[in-house]
Write a new protein. Structure first.
Length: 165
């Protein structure tokens, strides 16, 4: 199978699984652990390194490696959209309300007034929909993929053969 497709699907599935780990453990509701979610960035970067090593063996140079990494990220992003929609609509339908409750708790600990808390939580929930959340995941995956591929491709690419001078 195509290394770009393989890698994109693998990254998407692993990031989706990590999202479900966050859900099953309840870490997404814990302000002290919520940032553990960003392990998805390391998952994506590791996947891109693996995938770009494979595409370098096909003879891809720097620019072609960035294109390959971007395509991997797009494929992963599509998988992530599906996983995110399943997460927020099927498995954790109260996800946004639980996030709002955790956010309100954090604001209470900071000594905010109930009026401030109500306003802040309302603002947070305004655009919080399963699709907007899924698209944010796609966009984050795409941007990370482009930037990481540009850096990774500096070292992981086919190099032209040197000629003796």
């Amino acid at each position: 199978m195509n290394p770009v497709l393989n890698t994109g699907v693998l990254i998407g599935v692993l990031c989706g699984l990590w999202t479900f780990v966050m859900g099953w453990t309840g870490w997404y509701k814990d302000p002290a652990r919520v940032n553990i979610f960003f392990l998805v960035i390391l998952i994506e970067v590791a996947g891109l390194i693996w995938g770009l090593r494979r595409t370098a063996r096909e003879g891809r140079g720097y620019g072609a490696q960035i294109v390959a990494g971007t395509m991997m990220a797009i494929i992963a992003g599509v998988v992530i959209i599906g996983a995110s929609l399943l997460f927020t609509t099927v498995f954790f339908p109260d996800y946004f309300q639980e996030l709002a409750n955790a956010y309100a708790g954090t604001l209470r600990q900071q000594g905010r007034s109930e009026a401030e808390i109500t306003e802040a939580v309302s603002r947070m929930l305004e655009g919080a929909t399963p699709m907007s959340n899924a698209l944010q995941g796609f966009l984050g995956t795409l941007v990370t993929g482009i930037l990481a591929s540009a850096v990774i491709a500096i070292r992981v690419r086919a190099r032209p053969a040197r000629t003796a001078a």
